[in-house]
Design a protein around this ligand. Sequence first.
Ligand SMILES: C[S@@+](CC[C@H](N)C(=O)[O-])C[C@H]1O[C@@H](n2cnc3c(N)ncnc32)[C@H](O)[C@@H]1O
Length: 284
Amino acid sequence: MRQVRGAHAASGAYNLHAADEGPAVRSSVAAADATFRKIVARAAARFRSAGRGPYYFARGKLSGDPVFAALLRDGRIAAGARIVDVGCGLGVLAALLVAAEECEARAASEWPAGWPPAPRRWTLHGFDLRERAIANAQRALTDVADRVELAVADMRTAALPQCDLLFMLDVAHYIDRDAQRALFRRAEEALVPGGTLLIRVGDALPGVRFYLTMIGDWVTILARGTPWPRLHFRSVAEWIALLQDTGFVVSSQPMSQGTPFANVLLIAHKPRVAQPLAVAFESG
Ligand SMILES: C[S@@+](CC[C@H](N)C(=O)[O-])C[C@H]1O[C@@H](n2cnc3c(N)ncnc32)[C@H](O)[C@@H]1O
């Protein structure tokens, strides 16, 4: 039996609106919001050549989904990180990282005050099942092709290169439960000791928020016009148990602020030193 480790520790969430804070905090959050919107505008502009759809999708996704601001604000991406983005879709994460680096380098006023430095010298390997999304992503990021490599591949079978940071944002529920388990195992093997898997999931507990999360998925799938997939949700407790069983030490952060969804970011660390297996002692 594997030793149970890790904790379901809900850490402080990135509060986009800071409605419950005092005036000073509210105004610094507003300033960070305004500066972040400029970074988003720069990232989204990359998709103009792909047409109105990809451009507005990138702009809306990066500004409306709290996970992207939180990744930068919480300093989740270290300088020099080798990143793998599983199910990268249109490549908005890579576009955001490029824009963040450019904005911070241009002027202090273009980077939110109080945020850690923008990640630098990272490389990113992203892949997705949809050929059109990857073609648009490659066009949008062609000037950084030396550090952003994008490909069409299936997460059930794709080789995962050795990496420091692995993203699975809203993708793991697209494959069945056995495939999820196998993917996590391959992710654990690909990560260096001390590396991190950042996975955003919907919490499949009965309730309005989870219903709206599913509806959000259906609307996105309809808008893409891709074949209707069967989705395979789990509760957050089940996702955490599966990650722990794979060898990760897991904490969680609510990640739905400003949206009606039931989304959670799971931060799954691969321990630097292999954890000993639990030994059961019997008395008597
Ligand atoms: C909700 S989108 C998330 C996209 C991206 N991670 C983001 O946050 O913008 C889910 C993505 O998973 C991709 N996907 C679904 N099944 C896949 C598979 N078996 N292998 C690779 N990508 C897959 C879809 O094409 C889609 O781009």
